[in-house]
Write a protein that binds this ligand. Structure first.
Ligand code: NI
Length: 171
């Protein structure tokens, strides 16, 4: 396993719609293991494959109830099949440095996906877990959390991140 480089906005890898996984081969299994390790190393609660430069529909999420960073689950080709309620809470993203903002999400979601063995699964998540799933599935469609904000807040964060990226590139 290895810790992968996490792409930061405005990296183009974050903007593309990721491709569905057709075959659950050893490459995907290795990617999942590496993504799990990368998420823990960065102390994140979720990570999507485009964030490590892989255009495929794979996410890993920590399991909030367990409150330790040693367990995670992988969801392959995840899809939100129903959503209800509204919930607003602060979010950040490993691809947006230290920026955080209040984001409106559905309070409860039902998600279908393939697990690591290729079995079709469904889960119902609420609150924090529902939020993490919505945030990570957005990444698979090239959407970052600040794109869910009002245009004023969104542009503020984008401009600051672009400036930071320029400064970093000039180092
Ligand atoms: Ni994120």
């Amino acid at each position: 396993m290895s810790v992968l480089y996490v792409r930061v906005y405005p990296d183009p890898a974050l903007k593309n719609k990721a491709k569905p996984v057709e075959q659950l081969d050893s490459n995907i299994k290795k990617l999942i293991a590496d993504m799990g390790e990368t998420m823990f190393a960065a102390q994140g609660v979720g990570l999507a494959a485009p964030q490590v430069g892989e255009s495929c529909r794979v996410i890993v999420v920590c399991i909030p109830e367990k409150k330790d960073f040693s367990s995670y689950m992988a969801l392959i080709n995840p899809e939100i099949i129903s959503a209800e309620g509204e919930d607003i809470a602060e979010e950040g993203c490993l691809s947006a440095r230290d920026y955080r903002a209040q984001v409106m999400r559905a309070q409860k979601v039902k998600v279908c996906y393939l697990d690591e063995t290729g079995s079709k699964c469904e889960l119902i998540a609420q609150d924090l877990m529902a939020r993490i799933l919505q945030h990570e599935i957005d990444h698979l469609d090239g959407i970052l959390f600040f794109e869910r904000l009002s245009s004023i807040k969104r542009n503020l964060i984008k401009n600051r991140l672009r400036k930071l990226a320029k400064t970093a590139a000039g180092d």
